[in-house]
Write a protein that binds this ligand. Sequence first.
Ligand code: J2J
Length: 528
Amino acid sequence: MIDFTRWPEDLARQYRARGHWIGRPLSAGVETQASRRPDAIALICGERHITYAALDRAATALAARLAGQGLRRGDTALVQLPNVAEFYMVFVALLKIGVAPVNALYSHKQSELSAYAAQIAPRLLVADRAHPVFTDDAISAGFPLVLMLNAAAGDHDLGDWLQGDALLPADAGPTPADEVAFFQLSGGSTGTPKLIPRTHDDYDYSIRESARICQVSEATRFLCALPAPHNFLLSSPGALGVFHAGGTVVMAASPDPRLCFDLIARHGVTMAALVPSAVGLWLQAAEMRGAPAPLDHLLVGGASFPEAMARQVPARLGCRLQQVFGMAEGLVNYTRLDDPDEVIFTTQGRPISADDEVKIVGEDGQPVAEGEAGQLATRGPYTFRGYYRAPEQNALAFDADGFYYSGDLVQRGAGGNLRVVGRVKDQINRGGEKIAAEEVEHLLMRPPEVLAAALVAMPDAALGEKSCAFIVARNPVRGIELRRHLMALGIADYKLPDRFRLIDELPLTAVGKPDKKLLRARMEHADA
Ligand code: J2J
């Protein structure tokens, strides 16, 4: 089995005794619907309407083929697919035979994919031939088995592997529910992208409770318009919450309102999940085209959501608002649908579970007075206990009692509702897409002429934040050259600095780290 940091036995016992951990594999959500309501529509993807029976059949066919190739419990896979139905077919297939995937974002490129592969040594790659990284075989050549969407001649065609009625061999099956089911991606703040082991037990609990809190039902038609593998779209309540409740997921390639408003009208979408920057676009579009009927419920999370924008949602988009403050590492907070307006518009909600423990800690490491801002620290029945094979990072991110420090600054108000007021982690939140400053800085410093680099957030009206790279170079170097250099290394476009600034030297803090506070202030002055 895959090694990971487990919950202490006493807490695990408690989570089971309270009915949080029920020993069920994550694939059971789809399987249950497939036997209970086989003809109900699980997925709408382009012109395809896919029933629960068809989704489960495709997943089983693929699982059987992969088992036939010798893939078994404890193996791993790297998956990179766009927002298409096949993403869920592959995910459920892998769960059925206990192969734990990393589901990379479609925006990821060589740099991220190889960093993930190096950590999990996958036996299988599932990817899209139409993705720029896979126009040649430079990356895929390293994998024992490769399945391609949009296959070229000579590829194993994913579509073929999803066909058939083969049954699973008797010795194939999911990993035990308290073992790793898959790896979630960390937004990160360090040099290499970190992986978050999620067990069936813990993830299934967060999904079941999210579906209940968000009132997902068989009648729900949920629009998936952000990257499908993202924790928000997978589990808060996400597609897995919708499958759990027997509703329908409608796939969208992007949150562009021109595309999404049509999908909402055409397929009777009732629920959607967006980052704040996309809500801005939807509000603008609604001014021209009217509210996107019959949308009834909008979840918003992933980045700071200005109160003024939140207040516009019900009237202008014609739907209820639910704020979500979550993280791939675990803890998810929701405003509840029956909360007073004040809570819904001005807070990011409260935890899913009475067993989510949240401490708000001051600079002295002690809990702050009630109502004051401090660092969020949490542990609970679906918050992980350690990044995968990252002891040094874990020593920094957890305290001795197993509380995870998310790097967010929060305040707790009446009723236990949290408000996110800032951040201490070295991360840029670019419209919900997280950039670990150190990761980009390391890549920027590869060319010998770059002596130092510091990536900092700059305010942006549309995205909330963009990134600015401050560079100290031996010879004058142009931003465009550095940008080309990063592109050649193959990082996701959203990590490319939006602006480059050459400076003579980096200002340092008392402990000798780049003084990013000062850099941010300088930028604001320069812009003024
Ligand atoms: C401010 N910052 C927020 C919010 C997340 C549901 C929803 C979102 C995520 C997610 C998720 C925020 N206001 N409402 O996993 O299940 C910032 C915080 C947090 C980080 C986590 C889910 N909602 N954030 O965004 O792992 O800084 O998860 O620590 O991508 O996003 O990022 P990520």
